[in-house]
Design a protein around this ligand. Sequence first.
Ligand SMILES: Cc1ncc(COP(=O)(O)O)c(C=O)c1O
Length: 431
Amino acid sequence: MIDAQLKSRLQKGTPLLWVNPDQIPVLMAEVPVRPAQVKDAEQNWRDLAPLLQQCFPELQGPNGAISSDLIEVATLAQVMGNDQGRHFVKGDHALPVAGSVKARGGIYEVFLYALSLARDLGLIKADDTPMALAHPDVKAAFANYTVAVGSTGNLGLSVGIAARALGFRAVVHMSSDAKAWKVERLQRHGVDVVQHDADYGSAVAAARDQADADPKTYFVDDERSELLFFGYSAAAAELRDQLRAQNIQVDAEHPLFVYLPCGIGGAPGGVAYGLKQVFGDHAHCFFTEPAQSPCALVQLAAGLTKQVNVYDIGLTNKTEADGMAVAEISWFIAQVMHPLLSGVYTVDDNDLFRWLALAHDHAGLQLEPSAAACLAGPGVINSTPEGQGYLTAHHLQNHMPNATHVMWTTGGSFVPDAEFQDFLSKGKTLL
Ligand SMILES: Cc1ncc(COP(=O)(O)O)c(C=O)c1O
């Protein structure tokens, strides 16, 4: 049950920070996944790198990695009223191939499925490297198989593009929140798009039903998939290496705060779980959600006795942050995050456009509204009574000048120019 006072604050729709009273030290947390699985995911990504480079010419880096820059944004932080500690953007808005954090999960799952299918069909040998999937005979065989997914848009882009690159037929079921440009982009890649006049949960359910009826269809289950989760989790090691390269310490006196936009919870959950393995209790992970779609917040605040959604407390699940328009968090993610998450803060849609404009003007970033939600994190921690309460409870107040804040900008570089200009002018008007 959600506490009556919290419920009434959520119903008013004004932004707030909820601190998780059930967070415990990471070593004491019992969750349905294991740290070794993060290490396996890091290795899988390394093994896939040559094939990814072969499939996607835009992967020009030395090892073909799906990786993003860590960008210091001191001016933006100052403009947003934050001057304690250092502030960075983890730029997944510019991730290659899919233009969002979803590249980390969707590409990973599709490529690992392709490997196991090719082995099951005898198309490649058990000890062949993933590069064997590039053979034209394998691609021809994959044309008889379908990869399906339900999505608000960005996971569809990631899964659809990955599946087509390997030769599969791809079907993406889009919720009514999906933006037209995402549909068009998928269609250009030869993906079949089914548009539903319903929310994300309904699109996923329809996709699952269709996939269940066809043995040659593989369903990427955004609500339950461990493969997606671990694909995201490997981002933590990437961040660790980037912080090390800049000589940035993370320990009890140098806390790391990470702000992650949350929809169904897979992407932020996977990244946060990875961060907890890499940095332990020195990583303080906060999710952010639209004020009308705080599905992680309502579930974690209600406890894990039964599933609850945002409609249950009278919210609309209507938001311009299409990637976060999700009414009910994944039950799997709720179980993993319940003991590990520091808290969740909610944001107002108009603020998303304001921050999107500030991020453009003061850091040269092209974000979509969902991604802009992370930018409020440092201010929420520093200037709300709940944030101060969190710092006091964790004995962090004296260490805030040494803190590192990482705002995970989860999408935006693929937004077409005209659409982005609309976002920008809306943001500037609101400022
Ligand atoms: C830009 C963006 N940010 C955040 C998210 C949230 O990820 P998840 O739904 O895995 O919680 C999404 C999901 O599509 C997204 O597109």
